[in-house]
Design a binder for this molecule. Structure first.
Ligand code: UTP
Length: 410
């Protein structure tokens, strides 16, 4: 356990001495708690704020990347299904639910997956996802190991909810939870915020840390002992998410490529979605705002957008490749966020606009670390209904309409 002097030294090294400002006022238990937070936090992440270390997203040369289209998939579906089904049946495919985010845009104070989108009955986001996965389990006749990433902030609620709901019929022996790493939140001057006199403001470190967090949680042994060779990672918020989709798995395996990504054709050139493409010959995701007007509107010989395929956060990664990447550092993105904090007078502040930075690793950076990636086109209205906001675009409303369109009773 870290003592006060050592804590002071660490904080002095990073210019964060203010975190001990109230130390003398705290109870003994609170003092211990504060010291253990200081012990657990990796303050070196703050070095990313230094001008010389800032990740500047220096991008290479972009080129379009074609996809296995909906028509190609229809033409090869029997073969893809056979290959995918065999792999899933053999236990080679696991699924990873990324549910450590804070879902601030939705403004729901529980884990996003606990949100009830039903109208005449209860239907939770987690339940939708499990129902989608259950379809595969039934079709293939084998359980798919499911790893659920939570954060320190929402782990207890998430685990209790799954237990209370009997895992929505999923076999609990195939479900493992793990907690992702956290990072401190800072103001615009790089000073770490405090939530209270004894609590340091920390938040989940982005969805890109999922594999290292899974490894740190000791779950690589579980992955290996089950013989899992491929991990299908997916976001909590897409209620039409098709998980461990045998056709997708089959297509990636057949292609011999190192990874796969589900994509949807962009609705129009201006749609704000990351596009899967090539960067210096390797797969990469270019964000909407990084694309020049020329890139956004470029068309090929058939009059189709060259940068056409948007990602929906559904990727298939190879576990051997992931393991080989464990020591490679992902870039740390510094993002502006609204961070609740305690001000100098001890008042709780809930800011209306961004008041500081969080440090995040992004899963999309893992794509660029792959030698190759199969871009696999899916029908948007069948597979993409993200819930980011309460109303409007990508919302509870739009997802409900899409669920109904797909025959889900609400
Ligand atoms: P989002 O980009 O929607 O972030 O996450 P968010 O934090 O959940 O939501 P906002 O921006 O505050 O509204 C995309 C996926 O990545 C997961 C989320 O749970 C979601 O499935 N995620 C995000 C994590 O698992 N950990 C994180 O630290 C961040």
């Amino acid at each position: 356990m870290l003592d006060l002097d050592s804590a002071k030294k660490i904080l002095a090294q990073y210019g964060q001495e203010h975190l001990l400002r109230y130390y003398d006022e705290l109870t003994e238990a609170e003092q211990k708690d504060l010291l253990s937070q200081i012990d657990l936090i990796d303050f070196s992440v703050l070095d990313n704020l230094k001008a010389e270390n800032r990740f500047t997203a220096q991008r290479g040369e972009f080129a379009p990347l074609g996809a296995v289209t909906i028509a190609d998939i229809a033409a090869n579906k029997d073969e893809y299904r056979k290959i995918g089904t065999e792999a899933i049946k053999a236990g080679k495919v696991g699924a990873v639910l990324l549910a450590g985010g804070q879902g601030t845009r939705l403004g729901f104070d529980k884990p996003k997956g606990m949100y009830n989108i039903g109208i005449t009955r209860d239907l939770y986001i987690f339940e939708c996802l499990i129902n989608n996965l259950m379809k595969v389990v039934k079709e293939v006749g084998a359980w798919v190991p499911l790893y659920i990433m939570t954060s320190e902030k929402n782990n207890n609620d998430t685990v209790s909810f799954f237990k209370e709901k009997n895992f929505f019929g999923y076999d609990p022996s195939y479900v493992r939870f793990f907690i992702q790493d956290m990072a401190p939140s800072v103001d615009f001057n790089g000073k770490v915020y405090m939530e209270s006199k004894s609590r340091i403001s920390i938040s989940p470190n982005g969805n890109g840390g999922w594999f290292s967090s899974l490894a740190r949680a000791g779950l690589l042994d579980d992955v290996k002992s089950r013989g899992v060779e491929w991990l299908n990672i997916f976001a909590v918020d897409n209620v039409l998410q098709q998980i461990a989709d045998p056709l997708f798995v089959g297509a990636v395996l057949k292609s011999g490529l190192q990874s796969g990504s589900k994509v949807v054709a962009k609705a129009d050139p201006e749609e704000r979605v990351g596009v899967l493409c090539l960067e210096d010959g390797k797969p990469s995701i270019v964000e909407y705002y990084e694309m020049t007007e020329e890139m956004r509107t470029l068309v090929d010989a058939n009059g189709e957008l060259s940068y056409k395929y948007g990602v929906i956060l559904n990727y298939l990664f190879n576990t051997a490749k992931l393991e080989s990447m464990l020591n490679d550092k992902l870039p740390v993105h510094i993002v502006d966020k609204k961070i609740p904090y305690m001000d100098e007078n001890g008042n709780d502040v809930k800011p209306e606009s961004p008041n500081g930075h969080k440090f995040e690793l992004l899963v999309l950076d893992m794509i660029h670390m792959q030698d190759s990636c199969l871009s696999y086109e899916v029908v948007r209205n069948r597979e993409f209904a993200p819930i980011k906001n309460p109303t409007g675009v990508d919302s509870v409303e739009s997802a409900r309409a899409l669920l109904e369109e797909n025959g889900v009773k609400l």
